[in-house]
Design a protein around this ligand. Structure first.
Ligand code: GLN
Length: 594
């Protein structure tokens, strides 16, 4: 078992990750990383060396080209293509030298001017004060409200054309998490490092909702790079929960969840790596779905942890969520992890559930997620949901999925490891502003240090450490073996049950600052992480209220491509759920009175 992480280890990892830390930060991060790694001791102690590791939910099929090893080029040909060498070192390609000369000629004044123009242009549209003003609310769900450009683009081009059949989402406003690329529209991941970036292309899901006639109304706030469970870790300030403005909306897709709960848009898209759609949906009293890994294309989703990330819908009803999933699901050749299976039509399943028909459906309540660590008010609603399922003709029994207790430890090694690799691309050379006289290395360090917030830095350092020589097997390797256990234990449970039932989150929405300690915050994901590790679908449905009248979500989990039965059970739960009304800080319904 590795020794506890030391201050020197953290200093070394920070250097590898190109982050410059002050002495205070070094002390603080050492304590915080130590606490997370200490928590992971439960999996270090597992004797599972004979269990094979799982790096990815499915064995990957490369849909882009046949993976055949071709003949090797002959040596002369390879050498003819190699850069020229001098004193045993490769010489800089001439193109780099030319651009350096050019920038020297132009001087930094020119470059600064350009950077400034970008910032000024942005402030009106997306800067923090503008966001609150233009949002017209205290909730601050949006980083950028798409009142002009994108709105005209979508509604004019897609719906207004003469003779075109309106798409299934014709005219429906949709909010988009700000880690989905939107052509010409700022996409920030709520990070300073991406400020001013306007992607030159739309994510596949964005293209699909536009083609279906939806009208994007804005880019929603998130925890920076989707790392968090409260939307407090956004570089642009937190989003507030429309049920209680002193509480968090959950995260990381807190802006999307709050936008739907507040009635700013009836549907929204988010991303879920460890629970970031389901947990905020639960805390905001809306429906949130994480589809089967690979069912929805991630092309144009800014990557966090690639073997876990999945895009999915938020909606006020199960039926709307099914419609939105129908629009975004389906194979995409631009995403090599996109599975070829066509998305099932969820309409009949939703109709059956809504009619209270769960005849013959076998539902297992996960014993490990119905005990310690889950608040009593949440457990009470879970019990009520189980009874509602029985009333609709389903069979409910308790079942065990032992590996879920190790999910958190495995996730907080795997997700940071993948994140540290994905976020290495923000090197400050292409994303940052040049500083006169600085070397490229210094620029990288400075941009990353100033551009990333603390939570992102913690993840990058944790991941860099977990992947480093000497620790790889004990941390990352072990976590991958736990992932195999997770898949095996789920497979065993699904041999006897069609779906599983669990809380979505251990608590209702919590007050700002209540979980300042990172490990405490990470515990919010204990019920949602297992499905991401397994690659399975899962969704949260509002079911009654808990403490202080705040919404509670119940989670329905299903095996790979089990969306149909999952939506059927979710629709039955929705039909049976106690009425809790609208969020007190929601916008008045259009054309109605509050
Ligand atoms: N809260 C989890 C995390 O911080 C999950 C985030 C997510 O699903 N994007 O990593």
């Amino acid at each position: 078992m590795p020794t506890p992480i030391s201050r020197d280890d953290v200093a070394r990892v920070a250097q590898l990750a190109r982050l410059t830390l002050t002495d205070d930060e070094l002390d603080r991060f050492t304590g915080q990383l130590g606490a997370v790694l200490d928590h992971a001791r439960d999996i270090e102690a597992l004797d599972i060396d004979d269990v094979p590791p799982t790096a990815h939910p499915y064995p990957l099929v490369n849909v882009l080209r046949a993976d055949e090893v071709g003949a090797t080029l002959d040596r002369d040909e390879v050498l003819a293509q190699a850069p020229s060498a001098e004193d045993g070192r490769f010489r800089e390609p001439p193109i780099l030298g030319r651009s350096r000369e050019r920038s020297a000629r132009l001087g930094t004044g020119h470059r600064r001017g350009r950077a400034q123009r970008l910032r000024v242009g942005d402030r009106g549209a997306r800067g923090a004060p503008g966001r609150h003003r233009r949002n017209g609310d205290a909730i601050a769900a949006f980083n950028h409200v798409m009142v002009d450009e994108a709105c005209c683009r979508s509604s004019g081009r897609r719906c207004g054309g003469a003779g075109r059949r309106p798409g299934p989402l014709a005219g429906v406003p949709i909010a988009l998490k700000d880690n989905l690329c939107t052509r010409g529209v700022p996409t920030t991941c709520s990070s300073k490092i991406l400020e001013g970036w306007r992607p030159p292309y739309d994510a596949t899901v964005v293209q699909r909702v536009l083609a279906a006639g939806a009208v994007p109304v804005g880019k929603t706030n998130l925890d920076e790079f989707a790392m968090g469970s409260s939307t407090e870790h956004s570089a642009f300030g937190p989003t507030r929960n429309p049920w209680d403005l002193e509480r968090v909306p959950g995260g990381s897709s807190g802006g999307s969840a709050a936008a739907v709960a507040a009635g700013f848009a009836p549907i929204a898209l988010g991303s879920d790596t460890g629970g970031s759609i389901r947990q905020p949906a639960s805390l905001c009293g809306v429906v949130g779905v994480k589809p089967t890994y690979g069912l929805v294309s991630r092309y144009g989703l800014v990557a966090f942890a690639s073997s876990l990330d999945q895009i999915g819908p938020f909606a006020t009803t199960v039926s709307d969520a099914a419609d939105l999933l129908g629009v975004i699901a389906g194979h995409d050749p631009l995403d090599s992890t996109s599975i070829p299976d066509a998305a099932a039509d969820l309409g009949p399943a939703v109709a059956a559930g809504r009619n209270g028909d769960l005849a013959g459906v076998r539902v297992g309540v996960i014993a490990e997620l119905d005990g310690d660590g889950i608040d009593a008010d949440v457990r009470a609603q879970l019990d009520a949901a189980a009874r509602a399922i029985e009333d609709a003709g389903g069979h409910v029994a308790t079942t065990s999925v032992p590996a879920v207790t190790y999910g958190l430890s495995a996730y907080y090694l795997i997700a940071p490891a993948e994140a540290s690799s994905n976020l290495a691309r923000y090197d400050g050379v292409r994303y940052g502003n040049r500083v006169e006289g600085a070397t490229t290395g210094e620029m990288m360090d400075a941009t990353r240090t100033a551009g990333f917030g603390d939570e992102v830095k913690r993840r990058i350092m944790l991941g860099t450490y977990a992947l480093s020589a000497g620790y790889y097997d004990a941390y990352y390797g072990k976590a991958q073996r736990v992932r195999t256990l997770m898949q095996r234990d789920f497979a065993e449970a699904y041999a006897s049950f069609d779906v599983l039932l669990a809380p979505t989150a251990p608590t209702v929405a919590f007050p700002f600052g209540a979980k300042d300690d990172p490990l405490t915050m990470y515990l919010s994901d204990v019920c949602t992480i297992p499905s991401n590790l397994a690659g399975h679908p899962a969704m949260s449905v509002p079911f009654g209220a808990g403490q202080d009248g705040l919404p509670v979500g119940v989670q329905v989990l299903a095996p790979t491509l089990g969306e149909s039965v999952m939506f059927r059970v979710a629709a039955a739960l929705e039909a049976a759920a106690p009425l809790v009304g609208r969020a007190p800080h929601a916008a008045p319904p259009i054309g109605g009175v509050r």
